[in-house]
Design a protein around this ligand. Sequence first.
Ligand SMILES: [Zn+2]
Length: 342
Amino acid sequence: MPLDVFINGADFGETIILRWEEGGLVCGGIVDCYATEDGERECFDVCAWLDELRITRLRFAVATHPHLDHLQHFDKLLAKFEKKTDAFYYWGVLEPEMWVEYFEALKMNRSNGAKAQRLPEKAQHALNLIAQAHQMSKPEEGLKLATAQAVTRCFPLDPKRSSMVELHSLGPWSRQRKAYLRRVGQSIDASGAVSEEPGAANAVSSAFLVKYGQAEIVLGGDMEGPNWRALRKSGVCPEFNPCLIKVSHHGSKTGKIPGMWDGGFFGSKRRPLIAVVTPWNGRLPERPVLRRIKRAVTRFHVTGQKSAGRGRSLRSFVHVKVSATGEAEVVTNSPNAGQLFI
Ligand SMILES: [Zn+2]
């Protein structure tokens, strides 16, 4: 039985779905979720997609960091899988209740100016998600709520349990978490109002190593340089041998570090090596980064090509089948998520 990986990103918004069979069940995992309302079917497009894939149980759901392109309407998906989701991981730094209060205050703020027009929207979606996960984590509901940091086996959480699919975090690391905590603190004034956007939430973006038998997959989230450097320095996990990589931070310069694509780190030890980039708002990826990655991989896809238009309910994905022996192949891709030839 293979592991199916769907990496979706239509110019703004990223959703990664994993599907495998275990114990007679079609299991799913989701790493970030950017859902939009599907007027035709009167639901949310990612929810409909999980239905199409016949996923009846979410073994894990992950929100890598609190940016809108990674969590719009994620709460709707969690609500749909109420009592059918085992674990939810978020970016941490504060307890869920404190994030709920924080986003509430951020939402109320009217003095953020034009630059921060989308703050209330982002705050509302992040608030809904954390509130939903927190509610589902009550003992009678059964969801395990946890955070991802450093190199840790996140899923399964219980060290005595095993699963065909394991999820290991690759960050964020302590220094960046503290830096973000400081920014959050600075954004709260004496009255408790949140007076500005803390920004730099990428500092707490997690990235993950998914293990499936001998196969390794790197899902880079929006993790940026300082956390990748901390990972390399840690000595815990200096080398990878992935067959599939979701490139971190939409293929930006800040999402990579020197040597990342030169062998050894993401290496080119395994052939074929598939890389997928999801774009961001017409501004990412950056061409020099694409050229560098292209040289290191055997197959390279960029989703969301020619699909500008934020909020569109649009699938733009690459479907990769990964075998437990470590091979990966692209089964299909949307026409607008084709291979990159540069
Ligand atoms: Zn992003």
